[in-house]
Write a protein that binds this ligand. Structure first.
Ligand code: HEM
Length: 427
């Protein structure tokens, strides 16, 4: 989709019709994600159409989010292709969206959906509702109200996922302990016309696509990725023993950054910066002696000025970590029940998320012989065998097989349509 949005559109009216969280993250600490079936019951007290009409008044727009208060709730409604059909809306153009994630499984080398959490496949997913806030009680109360009305309208909640921000020293981390959310594919800031405040934001043209009904939205990928923290630590430890280096360095060779966010291509050790460096590239490491080509970050973005897919990552962690509590020494590292609710917006799913997942899976992408991504590549339980450095900035390599530590438990493709599109829904 190459249709350009004119910069004259970057004004309050246009942005008030775009859902929040697309052009800037909602940044709340807690969120509930409800995967919804509209149900096909005939004798519902009220209709799903009325439910959506009422809910559309609560949806947080991009414009509202720019001047939000700390304690405000965030609310968003996203639809699948099946939700679009149910509501008789005109289908947006994206082919992967129209097929749904399960149908794209062979392209993505995903595990068979029979191995996913059963609730993800028990019925067709029509929509995703996200309610987020800084106070978990406020979020829970709002969810109860919305759910009550949904059930009265004949709908059903298939899955409810709780996401939260995991924070260490004021920086967001994921469950393997790495600072996350530092680098987003480069977005150009643009000014908003007809606005009294000189607010700058992500360039809308990078992420927005027509929603099929006269407005603009953004395609959204949702994947529940479970992380086996114990196995990850065992892998980096075993590789450190074989190479006689440290697990901090071998972890950085797998991820591309040390746990504190320091890029391994820039430093041999953690620098503990309060704001991790993001203005670097791999020009000085053309043979992968410092940061392996298979490192997650390097696979996802070569940082060499080639055009690459622009996704806006909006992940949240799920699952509790009593072992990280100062008094939690008696708890062991989790093997299941924790992970990442991977979420991202893009203009085109095939050129965005799918391209990146295929690069992760392909040992010859984006360069011949790069190796598979040891973090997110899919591969039917087989280990990821790559050539690893044995020292920092050295040409020698050893072959080492990394266990797969991230497992897909369910997911779907959505679009966050314009708010006017949701308001158009009539019975
Ligand atoms: C459990 C799953 C995942 C974990 C733990 C994870 C973790 C990380 C971490 C720690 C970083 C570096 C921090 C940063 O620069 O923001 C990163 C970067 C990134 N990840 Fe992931 N990630 C996961 C899944 C994915 C998936 C599924 C994709 C896309 C298919 C993806 C795409 C990216 C991209 C595009 C970057 C930025 C690279 C750059 O611009 O240099 N990640 N990830």
């Amino acid at each position: 989709m190459n249709q350009k949005i004119s910069p004259q559109n970057y004004n309050p009216d246009f942005l008030d019709d775009i859902q929040g969280n697309i052009l800037q993250p909602h940044e709340r600490n807690h969120a509930r994600h409800l995967l919804i079936s509209f149900g096909r019951k005939k004798k519902a007290e009220d209709s799903i159409h009325t439910w959506i009409q009422q809910l559309s008044q609560k949806i947080s727009s991009c414009w509202q989010e720019l001047s939000r208060s700390e304690d405000s709730l965030f609310c968003s409604l996203l639809l699948t292709q099946s939700g679009y059909r149910y509501l008789n809306l005109s289908m947006p153009a994206d082919k992967a969206f129209q097929s749904g994630m399960v149908s794209r499984g062979s392209t993505l080398c995903d595990p068979n959906p029979s191995s996913w959490e059963p609730n993800y496949t028990q019925a067709t997913i029509d929509a995703l509702l996200i309610v987020a806030g800084n106070n978990p009680v406020d979020v829970a109360q709002e969810i109860v109200l919305i759910k009550e009305n949904l059930l009265a309208a004949g709908g059903d909640v298939l899955v409810e996922e709780q996401g939260h921000r995991l924070v260490r020293s004021e920086l967001d981390i994921e469950h393997f302990g790495f600072v996350d959310g530092i680098s987003q594919p480069k977005h150009r800031s643009v000014s908003i016309s007809k606005s009294t405040s000189p607010t700058l934001m992500t360039n809308p043209d990078v992420l927005l696509a027509p929603d099929g009904n006269g407005g603009y939205g953004s395609y959204f990928v949702f994947r529940k990725l479970e992380q086996n923290v114990k196995l990850w630590e065992e892998n980096v430890q075993a590789l450190a023993e074989q190479t006689k280096t440290s697990p901090f360095l071998t972890g950085a060779w797998a991820m591309g950054r040390f746990k504190d966010g320091t890029p391994v291509v820039e430093h041999e050790q953690m620098q503990f910066c309060s704001v991790p460096n993001n203005s670097f590239n791999y020009a000085k490491d053309s043979s992968g002696d410092i940061c392996p080509f298979h490192a997650h970050m390097r696979k996802m973005n070569m940082r060499n000025n080639d055009p690459y897919p622009r996704i806006a990552r909006r992940a949240m962690t799920f699952g509790l970590r009593p072992d990280l509590h100062p008094q939690g020494k008696m708890f062991s590292l989790p093997e299941k029940g924790v992970g990442l609710l991977f979420m991202c917006f893009q203009k085109n799913i095939e050129e965005g998320f799918e391209y990146l997942q295929c690069v992760a899976n392909d040992p010859d992408a984006p360069l011949s012989g790069a190796g598979q991504d040891p973090l997110i590549s899919q591969g039917n339980g087989q280990k990821v065998t790559n050539q690893w450095p044995t020292k920092y900035n050295d040409t020698t390599r050893i072959q080492y097989s990394f266990d797969r530590t991230v497992t897909l438990k369910g997911g779907e493709y959505f679009i966050a349509p314009s708010i006017s599109c949701l308001k158009q829904v009539v019975k």
